[in-house]
Ligand binder design. Structure first.
Ligand code: MG
Length: 380
């Protein structure tokens, strides 16, 4: 195999930016970059990307400086996915673009904010954070003279839209087709999805222990964690007196093995099925995957984190407050649209404009706006 620039040669089933399905608004090809490189660059330059710095992953921004935010989460997802992409001959730059954009539509305050906004929007078509990420790159970013949004390639947009209801898929043209026909997206999109889970399972353990909400003793009840913890101690017994290094080394090993597992499992599936193009790969079942035993272990870890971290009373308390903030913001703007910035208050369809406006907010801006409109300060 020969190398082209920093990207190793692409496998036949990889996305190819010289044969992209293109952009909604046709543009001349970039001079010094590939099409997917241009997409990645546009994402990094977007306002929505910078706002991810101040958006909650699990812990609200003010709770501590070392916790993951949406932007550091997105970077970790990209890093994991790029390693796997290289090993499999997938398009590394496309995967990076998808990963950096995958959470652009997230509301302030993580899932709590999203659930609250979805509830508020129930009568007006609902709110899906995945679809919102697509709205951000298709419509809401306003940076270019010739078109609204970032005008990204089909393949990048396909990767951003992980899930979508049938009702919404029908409004999305070519991009929505796969949801109606129950087909898989390209392999890069499948990989971004899996890398997301690998990343948050690992970093939420770190953040969970740092916060004191989960303990090593609890984690040792999870087989996946206990295995690498023991392996680390067998090789480095001295780490027993250095709990932080022991924790990191355990997480590192756990994460690496998940990466290797995905590479081995996916490579075997590709060798068996031999897709000769990205479109042929789209016609197969899910290809980028864990092997069965690892999938079970990862699921057990997810369930553990759900029960002991995401549903921890302390997290739930913040969650409840976040939902009040989002709900009351929604009501206030709906009653008085002029309280929003002019771009949003001037729009025809008020409930959707309000949802777009709130979804774009950072945690602290939402808390500040809530205080301005209600006179009550929640969430510090
Ligand atoms: Mg994510």
């Amino acid at each position: 195999m020969t190398s082209v620039g920093t990207q190793p040669a692409l496998a036949p089933y990889a996305a190819d930016d010289t044969r992209s399905r293109g952009r909604v608004h046709p543009e001349a090809p970039p001079e010094w970059r590939g099409e997917f490189q241009r997409d990645r660059d546009r994402i990094i330059h977007s306002n929505a990307f910078r706002r991810l710095v101040y958006k909650t992953q699990v812990f609200v921004n003010h709770e501590g400086d070392l916790y993951r935010t949406r932007v550091t989460h997105s970077m970790e997802v990209a890093q994991i996915a790029r390693t796997i992409a290289r090993a499999l001959g997938l398009h590394e730059t496309l995967i990076e673009a998808i990963c950096l954009a995958h959470d652009l539509g997230h509301t302030p305050f993580g899932h709590a904010g999203q659930d609250a906004l979805n509830e508020c929007m129930r009568e007006y078509g609902g709110f899906e954070h995945n679809l919102q990420s697509l709205r951000v790159v298709d419509l809401l970013e306003e940076r270019y003279a010739e078109f609204p949004g970032l005008n990204l390639c089909f393949e990048t947009r396909e990767g951003i839209l992980k899930h979508c209801s049938a009702a919404n898929a029908r409004t999305l043209g070519a991009l929505g087709e796969r949801f109606l026909q129950r087909r898989q997206p390209g392999l890069e999109a499948q990989l971004a999805n899996l890398a997301d889970a690998i990343a948050y399972n690992a970093h939420d353990i770190d953040d969970g222990v740092r916060s004191g909400l989960i303990s090593m003793a609890q984690l040792l009840q999870v087989e996946l964690f206990a295995h690498y913890h023991q392996q680390t101690l067998d090789e480095h017994p001295g780490l027993l007196s250095k709990p932080r290094r022991l924790l990191y080394e355990t997480i590192r090993r756990m994460l690496s093995d998940q990466v290797y597992d995905v590479i081995d499992t996916t490579r075997a599936a590709l060798q068996l099925q031999q897709p000769q193009s990205a479109d042929e790969a789209r016609l197969l079942g899910p290809v980028v995957a864990f092997g069965e035993p690892m999938a079970k272990q990862v699921q057990a870890m997810k369930s553990f984190l759900f029960k002991h971290l995401y549903r921890h009373p302390q997290v739930m308390e913040t969650t409840a407050q976040a939902q009040v903030v989002v709900r009351e913001l929604f009501e206030a703007y709906l009653a008085s649209p002029k309280e929003m910035s002019p771009d949003f208050s001037a729009r025809q369809e008020t409930p959707r404009a309000v949802a777009d406006y709130i979804a774009g907010m950072t945690d602290r801006y939402a808390a500040k706006e809530h205080e301005r409109l209600t006179g009550r300060r929640l969430l510090a």
